[in-house]
Design a protein around this ligand. Structure first.
Ligand code: NAI
Ligand code: MG
Length: 362
C-alpha cells in the first residue's frame, strides 16, 4: 500500500532540515518503500502566500495523509502579524484538527555526545527514555481562562486545570502500549498531594493499568520529585506519562540531559481510526526555525531525521528501518561528523547537506 506523507517544511531552517529527509525518502523509494509525498505551506510562508498560517486545502491534505512531517515555523519577519494568523497558529490548528493528544518526546543520549551533556557522563551515557505528555487538555485549555478586573486596582488571572476520565485513560493507554515495545516500565507523574486533577489522574492511570496493562511495571511519582529524579538519575525511567503542563516542563528538562536542541525529535499522535486502526500523527523536531542561522546551510538536520525515524516506527510499523536510521545517526556521530551546534575539537565539521549525505550513505 502507498504511504501518504504530507511534508510541511515551514520557515527558517525548517526547509533546510526537511531537504535532508527528502533525500532519505527518495533513496527508500528506490528500494520499494512506496512513499507518496505531497508538500504544503505552514507558518509565515503560508501567511505570505494566502494570509493564513495554514490553508484549508493544506489542512485537508493533512487529514488525508497517513502522517505529517513538520519542519518549524516563525521568525522575526512575522512578529507584527495578527495573533490569529501568527505562524504558531498553523501548528496549533494541526494539533487540534488532527486531535493529537499524545506528545512523545524521547531523550536519547548518543554515546558520541555523552561528554558534551550538562550532566556527568555516567548519568547520561546510554540514556533512552520517553516522555509521553498529554497535549490537548489540562490547564492550557481548561475554562474559565481569563483575567478579571477586581475593581480595587487588583486583577485576577485564572487558568483552570481540567481532566476527564477518558483523557487520562487514552494518554495512559498510549504510554503503556509504548512501554511494551520498550522496557515495560511506566512512571506516572502528577501532584495528587495538592491537586484534585492529580487525585483523579492517579486513580485512572491505576485503573487502566489494572484493567488492561498489568504486565507493565507501573510507578507513581509526584511531579516535582520527578523533576529532581530526572536530573539525579534519569536512567531509572523508561516511559514517563504526565499532563500537559508538567509534561511541557519535564520534557524540556529531559531535553537538556542529552545536549543540543538540534538533536531532539518528537511525535504527536491521535486516537486510532475505528475502521483502519491507524493513528493520525505529526512528527517534528523540538527546535524552532532558528532565524539566527537560517539560510546558511549549517543547521543540524538530525532532529528532523530522527523525527522521520519516529514516523517510520509509529505510523508505518517499519521497525527495522527505524532502528537502522537511528543506528545510522549514532554511527555518523561516532565517525566524528558534527554540525556547528554540536561541534567539538578534533571532529569533522559538516554542513546540513553533508550531514544528510552521511546518513544516507550509512
Ligand atoms: P529555536 O529552536 O529556533 O533556536 C534556539 C537556538 O538554538 C538558536 O540559537 C538556534 O540557532 C539553535 N538551533 C535550533 N535548532 C537548531 C538546529 N537544528 N541546528 C543548529 N542550531 C539550532 O528557538 P527560538 O530562537 O526561541 O525561536 C526562533 C523562532 O522559532 C521563533 O519565531 C519561535 O516562535 C519559533 N519556534 C517554533 C517552533 C516550532 O515550529 N515548533 C518551536 C520553537 C520556536
Ligand atoms: Mg516547552
Amino acid at each position: 500500500a502507498v504511504k501518504k506523507l504530507l511534508l510541511l517544511p515551514g520557515d527558517g531552517i525548517g526547509p533546510e532540515a526537511m531537504a535532508e529527509v527528502k533525500k532519505l525518502i527518495a533513496v527508500m523509494n528506490t528500494q520499494g518503500a512506496g512513499f507518496e509525498t505531497e508538500e504544503g505551506l505552514v507558518g509565515g510562508c503560508a501567511y505570505d502566500a494566502h494570509g493564513q498560517a495554514i490553508s484549508e486545502a493544506d489542512m485537508e491534505k493533512a487529514l488525508a495523509a497517513d502522517a505529517v512531517l513538520f519542519g518549524a515555523v516563525g521568525g522575526p519577519k512575522w512578529d507584527p502579524v495578527p495573533y490569529e494568523v501568527r505562524p504558531e497558529a498553523g501548528l496549533l490548528r494541526l494539533r487540534k484538527d488532527l486531535e493529537l493528544f499524545a506528545n512523545l518526546r524521547p531523550a536519547i543520549c548518543y554515546p558520541a555526545l555523552a561528554s558534551s551533556s550538562s550532566l556527568r557522563q555516567e548519568v547520561v551515557e546510554g540514556l533512552d527514555i520517553l516522555i509521553v505528555r498529554e497535549l490537548t487538555g489540562g490547564v492550557y485549555f481548561g475554562e474559565p481562562k481569563q483575567i478579571i478586573d477586581l475593581g480595587n486596582g487588583q486583577k485576577r488571572g485564572i487558568d483552570t486545570q481540567v481532566y476527564d476520565t477518558f483523557e487520562i485513560e487514552r494518554i495512559s493507554g498510549v504510554a503503556f502500549e509504548l512501554a511494551r515495545t520498550r522496557n515495560n516500565h511506566v512512571t506516572s507523574m502528577e501532584k495528587r498531594n495538592v491537586m484534585k486533577s492529580g487525585v483523579l489522574w492517579h486513580e485512572v492511570v491505576s485503573a487502566t493499568h489494572k484493567a488492561k496493562y498489568s504486565d507493565v511495571k507501573l510507578d507513581h511519582m509526584l511531579a516535582d520529585a520527578g523533576g529532581m529524579q530526572l536530573v539525579r538519575w534519569p536512567k531509572q525511567f523508561d516511559v514517563i506519562v504526565t499532563d500537559n503542563l508538567f509534561g511541557d516542563m519535564l520534557s524540556d528538562v529531559a531535553a537538556m540531559l542529552t545536549g543540543s536542541l538540534g538533536m531532539l525529535p518528537s511525535a504527536s499522535l491521535g486516537a486510532p481510526d475505528p475502521k483502519t486502526g491507524k493513528r493520525r500523527a505529526l512528527y517534528e523536531p523540538v527546535h524552532g526555525s532558528a532565524p539566527d542561522i537560517a539560510g546558511k546551510g549549517i543547521a543540524n538536520p538530525l532532529a528532523m531525521i530522527a523525527s522521520f525515524a519516529m514516523c517510520l516506527r509509529y505510523s508505518f510499523n517499519m521497525i527495522e528501518e527505524a532502528d537502522r536510521l537511528e543506528k545510522a545517526i549514532s554511527a555518523v556521530l561516532d565517525e566524528g561528523y558534527r554540525t556547528s551546534d554540536i561541534m567539538s575539537e578534533g571532529m569533522k565539521q559538516a554542513s546540513t547537506s553533508e550531514m544528510g549525505d552521511a546518513i544516507v550513505a550509512k
